[in-house]
Design a protein around this ligand. Sequence first.
Ligand code: ADP
Ligand code: MG
Length: 709
Amino acid sequence: MSLGESFEYQSLQTLKGVGPAVATKLEKLGLYTIQDMLFHFPLRYEDRTKIVPIGALRAGQQVVIEGVIEHSEVRFSRNGRSRGKNKASSGRSLLCYLSDSTGGIVLRFFYFNASQQANLTRGKRVRCFGEVRHGAGNLEITHPEYQQLVENESLPVKNTLTPVYPRTEGVHQALLRNLAEQVLIGLNEDNVPEWLPEQLLMEKRFPNLSQSLKTVHHPSADISLSSIEAVKHPAQQRLIFEELVAYRLSMIQFRQEVKKYQASAQYIDDESLKAFIKILGFELTVAQKKVIHEIMNDLKQTVPMMRLLQGDVGSGKTVVAACAALAAVHNSSQVAIMAPTEILASQLFDNFNRWFESARNKDVCLLLTGKHKGKIREEKLSAIRTGETCVIVGTHALFQQDVEFKNLSLIIVDEQHRFGVHQRLTLREKGSKNAIAPHQLIMTATPIPRSLAMTAYADLDYSVIDELPVGRKKISTVVLSDQRRSEVIERVAEACRRGGQAYWVCTLVEESEVLQCQAAEETAARLNQDFQDLSIGLVHGRMKQDEKDTVVSKFKAGEINLLVATTVIEVGVDVPNASLMVIENAERLGLSQLHQLRGRVGRGKKQSACVLMYQSPLSERARQRLSIVRENHSGFIIAQKDLEMRGAGEVLGTRQTGVVGMRIADVVRDEFMLDDVKVAAAQIQQQWPERIKPLVKRWMGRVNQYGSV
Ligand code: ADP
Ligand code: MG
């Protein structure tokens, strides 16, 4: 390793196995330096410290098993023909029946090559790791990791829990594990600086930083999976505390920054606003009116608006955004609206385009996403630069370097919970020049209670739409075990045959989009095998934009009956005819996320239904959580009840708190720390202001990082 640069800022290229090509891939995860890797925390852990007897397996467990293959065979689906280009629906699967002295299980492969087939034959001894599921009559593991064993050889098991890191395409789990191992070897007390006040570390009995990092990456085998996942270990608590301090310091910094700027006042008269609202074709709710009023008030000022708009799914945030945009257009300035996915962006564009065309009688809207390339992109960029178009809708593509606005006066971010803290903060820099900054409206459906919103978005003012438009029907929700999967499938098929449309949502622990897409592909393949009379579509994040668009527009047009999708990307689509949704592994998702997914149905006139399917057995607590969603239809109440249950120490991740991008902290779960965090942050500000920068850098990483959409 090169001398001269401190350990934590050394490039990852100083590690074994990282050349320029790998380094580029790692950058997609925001990993540049040793410090970035040290603070790239596992999302969860796998227990590979013991081999579980097959007879003791239960669905839902992730386990290491060892056994002998009794029999293996390739099965063809009923039609046996290949349907379409989709590899997953070629209709072939390899089944291996594995047993030990206590029982048997099926290993299922949808994708396999000749050598795998030759390796997995009768009499072979293998060790596998994978997730146990209910199959047709048997327990099974789909696509296990496996390792062939030589007779009488005994392979050691792991002596620490195995970390599962967030990863991205082209970056394998094994690589991340290896890099973590390498940086941990080099880590000691002296080479990662301690920024928290010493007094505080003592009072709280927090372990030191290097020890905490070691524990979090490699929890020793005597720490149980459940206790580490409950995030109560002192090592975890210490890191959470530090992250919250860093977060708070960065918020304070940003607020101070913004205060230095001026904004251009956007004034609109009541008549013009009323005329626009008329075009929408419905009466605004009281809450919508109130919120529009708050926003208009802000926009009139010469200080930049920094407002968070919270409103449940379907509460009508889009029209509020449109009214804000109108104010900008009315003043001949530009507004940028950013959505987290291309599908959502083009949907927003369609709406805005329709409304503004009728209002202004000319083309003022433009859509810019990652799929616009070459000449088309050039033309669009030019229209943005010259100010020819005022309403610019898009994805992250909007905030790339070559996008130059003429006079951007307002930024609207839709579905903020899909963006990280980093992105939000970076946006502010984009439109700011010469001491003038754009106004900002941040919209989210994530219903975090007000007090927490004030902390999580300490730099923002807060508005809420707390009622739904009249006449919405409740979505009847049922909670079912996946043992009744075939029944559910039949019911879905029946509904589709009667002209209905349905979503089938595949979920997976979100360590990787890749795996989630794979699960969706597998499900689509199975459903395709089972229902040749139905048209089944598949959308997930790894498909090409054109393919996604085609599938979604076919679904919108009613040509696809059943849409299999992943949770992260695609479910923002607005298809009023779709009235049924099945969510697999519902117990793994946050309640707010479930509520938001469910909000995709119940948009039309039909009575809609949602099936929350869980992997049995379900813990009592998980059962209670799912019934909260079944019995409640308000995102706020669901969030509140969720919070009450979490008070008791429920295991939960960052994903649902609305602050994506935090590495280990969760403002909801860790609320109890917030008072102390405030004190510590203030202390650092007063006594060690020079620590702020490195602390923020450590936790917030490179602010200029965008995920790829
Ligand atoms: P979200 O807050 O989830 O973004 P949308 O803005 O997409 O919700 O609104 C959901 C649906 O409700 C849209 O079809 C929209 O046109 C409609 N809508 C919005 N406001 C009203 C209203 N005041 N009355 C009736 N329908 C409305
Ligand atoms: Mg919306």
